[in-house]
Design a protein around this ligand. Sequence first.
Ligand code: ACO
Length: 343
Amino acid sequence: MLQLDQTLGQRPGQQWVGMAMTGCGSSAPALSLDNEGMSQFVETSDEWIASRTGIRRRHLAAPHESLVGFASEAARAAIAMANLQPTDIDLILLATSTPEDLFGTACQIQAKLGASRAVAFDLTAACSGFIFGLVTAAQFIRTGVYRNIVLIGADVLSRWVDWGDRRTCVLFGDGAGAVVLQASDRDRLLGFALQSDGTQNSDLNLAYQPHPTELTPGVSIGQGSFAPVTMNGQEVYRFAVRRVPEIIEKALFHAGLDAKDLDWLLMHQANQRILDAVAKRLNIPPEKVVSNLAEYGNTSAASIPLALDPEVRQGRIKPGDIIASAGFGAGLSWGSVIFEWGS
Ligand code: ACO
């Protein structure tokens, strides 16, 4: 007879459990390119990039480096902070838009970590990927199915931008960040809200371009490749400063909290002007706004955990702190999660 895996699943009479975030980690390429370096091959300047975005440099993956490498390093650090072993992990969720295998990259990370018990899969929601992943992972914990989950946000967008297009290439960098989510007696996921609007898809995408090939008369297929990132910057900017404060307010409402209850605003790192505009709209003072834009630029799904990790390791974010996190980007998609750090 089929045996139920005793390490998984909610037992009869067991309380429904909540989620606690107990570890984090991050990893980025050693190689960095500053704005001055960018101006050597594309018509731009440090003054233009820094004043419009807050970005001073970005880290770029070398040809021999891999998404799997950065993601695994970030995950390993998060697992260690949570005092777990890779074999304790039930689920590995990889939020990425730049997989190294379109069939899924998370399994390679599972193998590299030696997380032999974990099921692993990818989730794609561009720069909202980490937030969408956090909400997805929390459902597995809330329903009592899994106890220990590693959520990774990782992207290597340098491989997908047009390095001759100054409107996009100056914005993006590479990296990975991870968190460990664990079953807990009290739910530290206090509220969330997610949204999508495909009608604005063309404002920001990395689209498949079919090149029609006729195999035999009457049988044509569209093999092709993915185009570089294209973006209507002004539209995305307008979307972000309008929709992101709204979604944070919605998540706060679900949490029964107000913006003044927040210790930190931890947003997707796209543009310092967007961070400032959202904080201003919510009356959140600048010292509560986490930013690593100057060093990393926009690292897509990685940006939130990459920004979180040093804040925790250097003791600025402490257990019990209430954090509003928000992601936004291609899809278009956007979302916010209110959570309490630590257990
Ligand atoms: N260096 C110098 N000049 C530039 C550059 C550059 N890197 N890029 C554009 N310009 C020029 C333009 O050509 C234009 O010149 P023109 O007036 O002679 O035509 C001028 O600067 C102004 O261009 P805009 O696009 O109007 O610049 P804007 O002030 O809107 O800033 C920016 C552009 C920074 C991209 C801004 O629109 C923005 O941040 N948008 C949001 C981007 C974002 O958040 N993306 C999220 C992506 S997340 C994801 O899902 C992947």
